[in-house]
Design a protein around this ligand. Structure first.
Ligand code: IMP
Length: 426
């Protein structure tokens, strides 16, 4: 048995798409457990580039079953758009893609509230993807959400529920945002059209997964975003609204903790983040440009340029701890090829103290300055290397130091975006 949870150990965009694609080969079921179409998992496959936002990346390998778990928030418009894009590129989802009937649905008012809140200046700007993710999770917790089961059930009950929710939303829209109210028909009609299309995909995915596990099938839990964007363990409030850490894989799918064998943490050889919020190791402007261009550091969902910085072992250790990471995949090591000096942050200086543990208070984090150790760069092209023993000594030293600081073995090293540019360590 080998059921693997794959998570991002930084602020997302670690390169999870490529590792999911590789691990999918040995998995039978691939399941997304949190987030929604705010994610952007890039996979290069058969000379084609795919960016998946909502559908598990495993869909690209024929015969694999893909599930969208109850912890995901599902925008039906994005869901069907993604299916169409896949089918146009020759990837059929028929009979192997299922959506939890307990997953919450994103409605146009969620996207509207996401934008209004970000633009109002009334609260802290988070720099969200404006896909309605946060407002949909808010409704879930406030027990004002509408789930897939509500939509695929009797239309009159769905309509009644939507009218009730819209009444509340319209009060907030007019009183707080001075925005015109939304007409129920504008939501009901398109969603009833989605209903017909969604029925074949809706299922009790927890039941499917647990049966599959009972039959010895292998499950890959595909995390989205990253630990530092987790609503509990991240840089709150500059986070997404779901549990992007390993715990989310359980609550977001209805599978118990005793069924998980491994937790793979994906890290970039440096650090990036999109959106607002503290980022202690952020590069000075000249280095940002160099790494952003070489690493193609632009958001896969929004196209926004990513902020870039040195590898941060404080957040790394935090991620190992809260996720129980059993091994690491280090991505984009080749992006550092031309650097004479490479730094690793080993602690934070706050006032007269050196912090080794990640602080929970975001105001403290904002005021921390990184404590660095300096490493010699390898100044050579490693993107064609196939075996670890051929890596330049300086690159090996850098990797060993990351392992040591994170107290976790590295099992995968990625030196380029193609599948072949991956070195597996035993
Ligand atoms: P939301 O998830 O759209 O609410 O955005 C909240 C924060 O999470 C923002 O800083 C986004 O930039 C960030 N975020 C959301 N999804 C991703 C992702 O897939 N990669 C990186 N950052 C993300």
């Amino acid at each position: 048995m080998s059921n693997i949870v794959l998570i991002g150990a930084q602020w997302g965009d670690e390169g999870k798409g490529k590792i999911i694609d590789i691990l999918t080969e040995k998995s039978d079921y691939i399941v997304r457990y949190q987030g929604g179409n705010n994610a952007g998992h890039t996979v290069k496959y058969a000379d084609k580039k795919f960016v998946l936002h909502l559908i598990p990346s495993g869909i690209l390998r024929s015969g694999k079953k893909c599930l969208i778990g109850n912890g995901v928030v599902l925008d039906p418009e994005a869901f069907f758009e993604e299916i169409e894009t896949l089918e146009k590129k020759g990837v059929s989802v028929k009979g192997r893609l299922f959506v939890s009937d307990q997953a919450h649905l994103i409605f146009p008012y969620h996207r509207l509230f996401d934008t209004l809140r970000e633009e109002s200046g009334a609260s802290q700007k988070i720099g969200t993807t404006q896909r309605g993710i946060g407002p949909c999770y808010e409704d879930k917790m406030a027990r004002l959400g509408i789930r897939v089961a509500d939509l695929v059930g009797e239309p009159q009950f769905f309509e009644k529920r939507l009218r009730h929710v819209l009444e509340i939303k319209n009060k907030i829209l007019s009183k707080i945002y001075h925005h015109k109210p939304l007409r129920p028909a504008a939501c009901i009609k398109p969603y009833l059209a989605y209903r017909t299309r969604l029925i074949p995909y809706a299922a009790n995915t927890s039941l499917i997964l647990n049966k599959a596990i009972g039959n010895g099938k292998k499950i890959l839990f595909e995390g989205a975003q990253g630990t530092l964007l987790d609503v509990d363990h991240g840089t709150y409030p500059y986070v997404t609204s779901s549990n992007a850490s390993a715990g989310g894989a359980l609550t977001g799918t209805g599978v118990g903790p005793t069924q998980i064998d491994e937790v793979v943490g994906v890290i970039k050889a440096y650090t990036t983040r999109v959106g607002e919020g503290p980022f202690p190791t952020e590069f000075p402007e000249d280095l940002v440009k160099k790494i952003r261009d070489k690493g193609e550091e632009y958001g896969a969902t929004t196209g926004r340029p990513r902020r870039c910085g040195w590898f941060d072992a404080v957040i790394g250790r935090h991620a190992v701890s809260v996720n129980g990471i059993s091994s690491l995949a280090v991505m984009k090591l080749d992006v550092l090829d031309e650097l004479r000096e490479i730094k690793i942050c080993t602690g934070y200086r706050y006032k007269s103290k050196i912090l080794k543990d990640f602080p929970s208070n975001v105001e403290i984090l904002k005021r921390c300055s990184p404590v660095y150790e300096s490493h010699r760069g390898w100044l050579g092209n490693i993107s064609g290397l196939k075996r670890y023993q051929d890596f330049p000594p300086a690159a090996k030293k850098y990797l060993r130091r990351i392992e040591q600081l994170m107290e976790t073995p590295i099992k995968i090293i990625s030196v380029g975006s193609n599948r072949a540019q991956t070195v597996m360590l035993s």
